[in-house]
Ligand binder design. Structure first.
Ligand SMILES: *Cc1c(COP(=O)(O)O)cnc(C)c1O
Length: 467
């Protein structure tokens, strides 16, 4: 499979180069040159397959012969061996025709583990083959950093530096990062906000001398490998509920548009998805875009579902590429307008297409709290606030009650215990394998909000150049 940039000007790359490159040189994102198609028979053949077997079949066309089948199978097995549920991403029923797709059984209790665990192995495999080493630097408001650290810890081919805003991530989130004591893991608490952390990382990537010197790489949600890995659970969930003979709807708590874009790809591949619902919290840039046809950034307002508190949905660019019939210049023009004036019009045709592909709804803080409380009352079950946003949007947008409605449950309630307890009076306990999280030793360094201080710190500890 070849990969092309959404802005049409960067060179075509093979799978492993697209994986390691992240952002294309023309500023675009890499996407497969075409979407693979599965026939009804291909889906039928997956009946009864394990998550790992399905993952191999679904990811294979995107990888082609870049990785030997045996190697890919071994990486998939290893990636999901650490999950706390044999099904990896089990479904559970919450009402007559409503389901939760539990994506939180990984080592850090949020759905980002599903992709990050395989991504780290794909990186390691490609780098070892080339005899190369990289330095991963990222900013986190909580979930991405811990998932990345868990996935990349102890790897010979990479060092990982994660910046988080000092005192502004939850205790569970911080400890999930800082209690990982492998020598290649470096946690940096920045004296500043999450936006400051992101700005620091951006500045490091824009310093091309530094970038080349330490072989900087990113594992943020624009990485194609993450999107690819997320397609798998749409397939396993739909097959469990009767696909390909029966259609299924999905509601997806959305921030950077990575998770729901994977659902879009599943549908392009032929999975019979009746509806794809974009669920947002009060930071509702995507819901507004589907209402008005204008994509316009606002100011981030902190919510109880912080992993969706964003105002630019990076992966939306991948959808735009398809909405504009894969015309890189059309995408470039919109992205320039976004950078210069903070917004752009989709245009009539693209707007119509987007509305045919997706439904969207936002949940206010009150609605999110009410949904957590109601589900607890009806089923005795605790859900996290991100999941609650998804359920609320499903209730609002579900078009056909005879179609199974699957809400993606993106985090375990114990990852966000404070809002859950406030609403239900119940404390969500950590799973047994993590029960000692608050007794484990922590290691982190605190740095000022200063690029030079951060660059010096990384330079002194990264092993790149020393191989
Ligand atoms: C990252 C995250 C999301 C948003 O996913 P995107 O792919 O960015 O749209 C939703 N819920 C949780 C718990 C997350 O960590």
């Amino acid at each position: 499979m070849k990969y092309v940039s959404t802005r049409g000007k960067a060179p075509e790359l093979g799978f492993e180069d697209a994986l390691l490159t992240g952002l294309a040189r023309d500023g675009g994102l890499y996407v497969p040159a075409k979407w693979p198609r599965f026939s009804q028979g291909d889906f039928d053949a997956l009946a009864g397959a394990t998550y790992e077997e399905t993952a191999f079949v679904v990811m294979k066309p995107f990888i082609g012969d870049a990785i030997a089948d045996g190697d890919l199978k071994a990486m998939i097995e290893a990636a999901y061996a650490s999950f706390g549920h044999k099904a990896v991403a089990p479904l559970s029923q919450t009402g007559p025709n409503t389901w939760l797709l539990e994506l939180y059984h990984g080592p850090t209790l949020a759905f980002k583990d599903v992709a990050m665990q395989i991504l780290a192995r794909l990186f390691d495999h490609a780098l070892a083959k080339r005899g190369e080493r990289i330095t991963i630097v990222g900013a986190t408001s909580g979930d991405t950093g811990s998932a990345a650290i868990e996935a990349f810890k102890g790897r010979e081919t990479s060092d990982i530096f994660i910046l988080h805003p000092k005192g502004r991530v939850s205790d569970v989130q911080r400890r999930q990062m800082t209690t990982v004591l492998d020598a290649n893991v470096h946690n940096i608490a920045i004296e500043g906000s999450f936006d400051d952390c992101q700005a620091l990382v951006k500045a490091l990537f824009n310093d091309h001398g530094f970038r080349d010197e330490i072989r900087l790489a990113g594992v943020n949600s624009i990485n194609w490998g993450r999107v690819m890995a997320q397609i798998v659970y749409y397939v396993t969930a739909a097959l469990s509920l009767g696909a390909p003979q029966r259609k299924v709807a999905f509601s997806v708590p959305t921030g950077n548009f990575g998770d729901i874009f994977a659902g879009y790809v599943a549908r392009q591949m032929g999975l019979p998805i009746h509806q794809l619902i974009i669920a947002t919290n009060q930071n509702d840039i995507l819901a507004r875009t589907l209402e008005t046809g204008r994509y316009e950034t606002g100011k981030v307002v902190p919510s109880m579902s912080p992993s969706m508190d964003i105002q630019v949905s990076s992966n939306f660019e991948r959808l735009l590429f398809d909405l504009y019939e894969r015309d890189g210049e059309a995408v470039s023009a919109r992205m320039n307008s976004l950078a210069q004036s903070g917004g752009f019009e989709l245009g009539d045709e693209a707007f119509k297409k987007a509305r045919a592909l997706f439904a969207a709804a936002r949940a206010s803080e009150e609605e999110t709290a009410e949904t957590i409380a109601r589900l607890f009352k009806e089923t005795g079950r605790l859900i996290d606030p991100h999941t609650a946003v998804g359920i609320k949007a499903a209730e609002e947008c579900g078009a056909d009650k005879t179609v199974p409605m699957v809400t993606l449950s993106t985090a375990h309630p114990a990852k966000f215990p404070a809002p859950v307890e406030k609403v239900t009076g119940e404390h969500a306990a950590l799973p047994a394998r993590m029960a000692d999280l608050f007794e484990r030793e922590e290691r982190l360094d605190t740095l000022p909000n200063d690029v030079k201080a951060v660059a010096d710190f990384i330079r002194a500890r990264a092993r790149t150049g020393n191989t």
